[in-house]
Design a binder for this molecule. Structure first.
Ligand code: HEM
Length: 456
């Protein structure tokens, strides 16, 4: 039975009465800072600012306990809640109690089955073609820029049957798309920074940022309004995510998604569908570029797979293990919030009903208690035979429960395909020695440069 209260949670040194842990706030890299703190504070600790305590769960076993849907639910707090200003009822930002969330999930789930991935495969291939043509023209690649373009084009072409003009012969042809990308980056940064602010000074900074956020939202919603108007005017049928949003009735109620909700969903899928996958690809390319043996072994796997049709790509086991290991060490979504349904005992601390805790996957997926002494080391083979994913290990880069990532298979297939095509065509190297990560709600590598040498 829990005996201790949240006020007794371990905390960082330097706590000040009333203000709390302000001396140890890290606005720019909050989750990486919490990972560091977890090494001394243990599997559960508190971050207190102006009387409000954020409970951070960093140990794998306690994190796993929070996955029990009978006792815990998803909580909409932090950057996710801030993004409600952009898209109040999108799948990611809607409250689970909102009937539109369940309706949208029932309508959209069929668009993420293996059968749907087979359809998207063709559009994904066109992006891979354009990326390869682009890389053959340059000696070095700005990885952040390249993966942003590629992943946005994938979601644009596969999800919305729309070439965004960020890759391929028509590059630069759609200035609105470039403004859209800039506004999206800016709003994600705003959502992260505005929720990790210091008291007092932060309120002033947030007020200053507010105007820019409003302008960004106008650009983003304007772009999507135009996209929807064009699709409706064209009247053609497509087999894509947008068709599901516009024309599929809810299998339970027979109702269609209301127009305002479709705008929110398009924004959600454009944002959620590229930022995280780009982060995963950037981190993975780093490991490939600096380890030529690994690169060689995986290139052999790709060559043996042959034509890289849907089935061959889905069967790239070595590459899949690599992606899993990168997701373990550098989860693009470094944590998520969970809400106690009833009073809970978490590591001897009482978490009262209705309170949210932050599950720091970034730390729990490196917990030596379940991942062993070599938990911090990069080793894709730990995912051979799916042992690494065993339930007790805590591997949840896609979140947990009914609110877990709807786009998992999409992101996995896209990543496997793009990496396979890149390995087929290029020898990769980099002079970057380490992966340093920036945070904007997501965890994403800071820019680095890749040398991609074309293999004849
Ligand atoms: C490597 C890539 C990705 C990672 C690591 C990732 C991770 C996650 C995580 C952890 C969540 C749950 C967040 C929470 O509980 O607060 C989530 C939710 C979501 N993801 Fe992803 N995601 C990725 C790619 C994608 C893609 C490609 C799409 C769309 C095509 C997508 C769409 C969504 C949506 C709509 C939700 C909200 C689902 C709901 O609440 O019903 N994600 N993702």
């Amino acid at each position: 039975m829990a005996t201790r209260s949240i006020d007794e949670l371990p905390h960082a040194p330097g706590r000040i009465p009333f203000l709390g842990d302000v001396t140890s706030v890290d606005r720019k890299t909050p989750t990486q800072h919490e990972l560091e703190l977890s090494r001394t504070l243990g599997p559960i600790f508190g971050r207190k600012i102006l009387g409000e305590t954020l409970v951070v769960v960093s140990g794998a076993r306690l994190a796993m306990q929070c996955s029990d849907e009978n006792n815990w639910a998803r909580a909409l707090v932090g950057p996710g809640a801030a993004l409600r200003r952009l898209a109040p009822s999108g799948l990611f930002t809607a409250r689970t109690s909102d009937p539109l969330w369940a309706q949208a999930r029932r309508i959209m789930d069929p668009a993420f089955t293996a059968a749907s991935m087979r359809i998207y495969h063709a559009s994904m291939q066109t992006v891979a073609d354009d990326l390869i043509t682009d890389w053959t023209k340059r000696s070095t690649v700005d990885v952040h820029d390249a993966m942003t373009r590629a992943t946005l084009e994938v979601i644009g072409r596969a999800g919305f049957s729309r070439h965004l003009g960020l890759l391929g012969p028509e590059t630069g042809g759609e200035p609105d798309a470039t403004a859209f990308v800039a506004a999206l980056g800016s709003i994600l940064r705003w959502a992260s920074e505005s929720t990790n602010e210091l008291p007092l000074l932060g309120a002033v900074r947030n007020r200053l940022r507010d105007g820019q956020a409003a302008r960004d939202i106008k650009v983003l919603r304007g772009y999507v309004d135009q996209m929807l108007a064009e699709r409706r005017a064209a009247g053609t049928d497509h087999d894509d995510l947008l068709a599901a949003m516009l024309h599929s009735p809810d299998p339970e109620t027979g109702e269609f998604l209301p127009d305002h909700n479709v705008v929110d969903q398009v924004l959600t899928f454009l944002a959620a569908g590229h930022e995280t996958t780009a982060a995963l690809l950037e981190s993975t390319l780093f490991y490939l570029a600096r380890d030529h043996e690994l690169q060689h072994a995986l290139r052999q796997e790709v060559t043996a797979a042959g034509s890289l049709d849907y089935r061959a790509v889905a069967g790239l086991r070595g590459l899949r293990q690599l992606l899993n290991e990168v997701l373990r060490l550098h989860p693009p979504v470094p944590g998520y919030f969970r809400l106690a349904r009833t009073d809970q005992d978490l590591g001897g601390f009482k978490i009262p009903a209705g309170r949210a805790v932050f599950v720091l996957s970034l730390a729990a997926q490196r917990d030596p208690q379940v991942w062993g002494e070599r938990a911090e080391q990069f080793d894709p083979t730990r995912f051979a035979d799916r042992r690494g994913e065993a339930a007790e290990r805590f591997f949840k880069p896609w979140g947990t429960g009914p609110r877990s990532c709807i786009g998992m298979s999409f992101a996995q297939h896209e990543s496997l395909l793009l990496l396979a095509r890149i390995l087929n065509c290029f020898d990769l190297s980099t002079s970057a020695n380490e992966l340093s990560m920036v945070e904007r709600g997501t965890l994403r590598p800071a820019g680095y440069t890749l040398t991609a040498t074309y293999r004849s």
